[in-house]
Write a protein that binds this ligand. Structure first.
Ligand SMILES: [Zn+2]
Length: 226
């Protein structure tokens, strides 16, 4: 409804006697005012009540920084592949999604945050794979910046989905003072999709079917946070 159309016109009230009692007219004005405020409220809030309108995906490492390297598998290749898969899934659902890198190039942590901070109403999800000297350690975990309730909620939404369709160790949601999470203004989380130092986990991370499942679960988690 266009509120301008229901405004009383001066000509009408002066041309002939108004049939409505004064208290009724006052009530109508109040109703009009409240309706107007309601319409303004709807316009100020995001159209669908969503917490964000864009996703920035951050494939960890790249270029000279390969990240972890085990059994011939390099982290930077896995992160880019998973991020691109998540991007395709989110875009197919109509969610604008950008990557902090789209090829095998080195990007400073500051520049990743700067790219994300160009937009408002974003969630930022950094994608990594883990490694540990103890090769028996495996599992999936998601980090948020300490004290960020939104970050914790986002991390929880992603971690809840991750590993729900595959056998994996749930290492939980944890706070961590990670620079890339601190520098991004939007709600941020960092996903560690598995330990490539563990031979079993590395082998499946190296397959496209597994990375597709990871991507679908990450995308699902992000959309659930909305
Ligand atoms: Zn990493």
């Amino acid at each position: 409804m266009n509120p301008n159309r229901s405004r009383p016109r001066k000509k009408r009230s002066t041309g002939r006697p108004n049939q409505l009692p004064i208290w009724s007219r006052r009530r109508s004005l109040w109703a009009l005012l409240l309706a107007g405020l309601g319409i303004l409220g709807v316009r100020v809030a995001p159209a669908s009540g969503a917490r964000f309108s864009r996703v920035v995906l951050d494939p960890g490492h790249g270029g000279k920084d390969g990240g972890s390297k085990w059994y011939g598998v390099t982290e930077k290749d896995l992160t880019l592949d998973v991020a691109q898969r998540v991007q395709r899934l989110l875009q197919a659902k109509g969610m604008p999604t950008v990557l902090t890198r789209t090829s095998d190039v080195f990007v400073e942590l500051d520049d990743r945050a700067i790219k994300a901070n160009k937009y408002s109403d974003v969630v930022f999800v950094s994608i990594h794979f883990n490694a540990h000297r103890d090769r028996s350690i495996k599992g999936i975990e998601t980090f948020y910046y300490p004290g960020s309730n939104d970050g914790k909620a986002l991390a929880s939404a992603i971690q809840k989905e991750l590993g729900s369709r595959i056998r994996s160790t749930d290492r939980g949601v944890k706070p961590a003072k990670l620079k890339v999470l601190r520098l991004t203004k939007g709600t941020a989380a960092l996903v560690e999709c598995g330990f490539i130092s563990n031979r079993w986990e590395c082998q499946r991370c190296a397959t496209t079917w597994f990375r597709q499942i990871l991507a679908e679960e990450i995308a699902e988690g992000i959309l659930n946070y909305r």
